[in-house]
Ligand binder design. Structure first.
Ligand code: URP
Ligand code: ZN
Ligand code: ZN
Ligand code: ZN
Length: 500
């Protein structure tokens, strides 16, 4: 028996238009979108009522770290609890990061992460791969990852000195090769050397608590690296995706570069749009430590609004989460030294509601822009579109029935994530996912789950078709230097300068 689903009476919202329409799904794929659909036969058909609701493409979280071995421990949410929480929040696809140690195989990292994810995921997923060192073997492996493993994005770190950080020379080589492969370069933009020096000074001053994390990762640290990454990427004409954009200065660098025609995308994260870094000065150590991530949340309380305005404007492009959860006892690895607090916080479950509340309900963006920044733009940038990121005939039936008026209060007491803290605790959000559908299967409805570990699929992402590089190529033409025509120099040719 074929799996058949009809979503009736809602408003179908894509990034470019909204229409009152029903959606008919067979075997996980959208078959028809239109008014008053009546698929035959009526028997064996699941009908979902979407009256007064929005029918939106399932969210795509461009940035998660599930069961990530990092800073002496492993992030708490694994590929099961993490993706289960995702679907409860209206997200139907995540893109995680396979991250090799320096000197280790990228392909092995990819295979390892995939072997962790495959038996556990409750929704579709893909993997970015990090380039943490540079050599001819790394180049070969990158090519194999693109040709055989469906990877079209590589993350480079400018921070985590001695662990993942690359030099400018290595960044130059990696970005150049990303361009050659038709992939996008992602960058963690923080100056790792400045962080190390700042931290040393602060610890010597007796500042050992989480506020030291914020002070050592100053706004300059992120701004400088963002500017440097843009300069390097632009020098080799590689499209650039700046992950977890947290500060005003960094966001301004990206905005300026885009206005100059450079091909740069910025990814704010749910936490950065919802809360601020004043939390690092909270007198409760566990509360302050729970917010430690890199780059840090901005200590300026007006930053979340500032970032949301840029997101609404298309100066910033997509919202991820950097979901990388650690519970209080894991955070306590750094109780005497803020540099040892595992970096990361939650978001995968709450991203959609936080963006609706702070972006749409606040009047900064409309429902179409909401879909663009939570789903469609991610699908376009990472070459998943229109299979993902759109409700249209032939697209995967990753769909959410969204109640724009209902509210929910975020709390660690009721969330589905594995850790014991939620950085959005107490936030009341308009915009609630009522039903989440993954490849045509209802996986979440009104608080009830129908998920099986491993039901999600790995989604291959081919390198970009040439048209995506149109803007990059145009820039290359405009910027191409030509030699000045001049007579050959006929003066002194001696290699040894005359002595006086
Ligand atoms: O604090 C963070 N961001 N933890 C995860 C690793 C990373 O840099 O994205
Ligand atoms: Zn990062
Ligand atoms: Zn991250
Ligand atoms: Zn624990």
């Amino acid at each position: 028996q074929k799996q058949r689903l009809l979503i009736k009476g809602g408003r179908v919202v894509n990034d470019d238009q909204s229409v009152e329409a029903d959606v008919y799904v067979e075997e996980g794929v959208v078959q028809e979108v239109g008014p008053n659909l009546n698929p035959r036969p009526p028997s064996g058909l699941t009908v979902l009522d979407a009256t007064n609701k929005l029918v939106i493409p399932g969210g795509i979280d461009t940035h998660t770290h599930l069961q990530f071995p990092f800073m002496g421990t492993t992030s708490k949410d694994d590929f099961y609890t993490g993706t289960k929480a995702a679907v409860a929040g209206g997200t139907t696809m995540i893109i995680d990061f396979a991250i090799p140690q320096k000197g280790c195989s990228l392909i092995e990292a990819f295979d390892t992460w995939k072997s962790w994810a495959d038996p556990k995921v409750c929704c579709d997923y893909a993997l970015h791969v990090a380039v943490t060192w540079w050599s001819d073997e790394v180049k070969e492996e990158m090519k194999t990852l693109v040709d055989v493993k469906g990877v079209n994005s590589f993350k480079m770190f400018m921070a985590y000195k001695d662990l993942y950080m690359l030099s400018d020379e290595e960044l130059y080589s990696a970005f150049s090769y990303c361009k050659e492969l038709g992939t996008i370069a992602q960058v963690h933009a923080e100056n790792g050397e400045l962080i190390a020096q700042n931290a040393k000074k602060l610890l010597a001053m007796g500042i050992t608590g989480p506020e030291g994390h914020a002070l050592s990762h100053s706004e300059d640290v992120e701004a400088e690296a963002t500017h440097r990454a843009i300069a390097i990427a632009n020098t080799v004409n590689c499209p650039l995706f700046v992950v977890h954009v947290m500060s005003k200065s960094s966001a301004r660098m990206i905005t300026n570069a885009r206005n100059e025609g450079k091909v740069v995308y910025g990814e704010p994260i749910a936490a950065g749009l919802g809360i601020d870094g004043t939390n690092y000065w909270n007198e409760d150590w566990a509360h302050a430590a729970a917010h430690v991530m890199s780059p840090p949340l901005s200590p300026d309380p007006s930053t979340p609004d500032f970032l949301m305005n840029l997101l609404a404007n298309d100066d910033l492009s997509v919202v991820g989460t950097d979901n990388c959860t650690f519970d209080t006892c894991q955070k306590a690895l750094g109780k005497d030294d803020f540099t040892k607090i595992p970096n990361g916080l939650n978001g995968v479950e709450d991203r959609m509601s936080v963006v609706w509340e702070k972006g749409v309900y606040s009047g900064k963006m409309d429902e179409n822009r909401f879909v663009a920044v939570t789903s469609t733009n991610a699908a376009k940038i990472f070459n998943l579109y229109p299979k993902k990121g759109r409700i249209a005939v032939g697209s995967d039936a990753d769909i959410v029935i969204w109640d724009p008026e209902a509210t929910r209060t975020i709390s660690a007491k009721t969330h589905h994530q594995a850790n014991n803290f939620n950085v959005f605790e107490g936030m009341v959000c308009h915009g609630v996912p009522v039903t989440t559908i993954s490849r045509g299967k209802v996986v979440y409805h009104d608080g009830d789950f129908n998920v099986t570990a491993g039901q999600g699929k790995y989604v291959s992402r081919p390198p970009f078709p040439p048209y995506v590089y149109e803007r990059v190529k145009q820039r290359q033409e405009v910027c191409k230097p030509v030699p000045v025509k001049r007579e050959p120099y006929a003066g002194v040719v001696s290699a040894t300068p005359e002595s006086e």
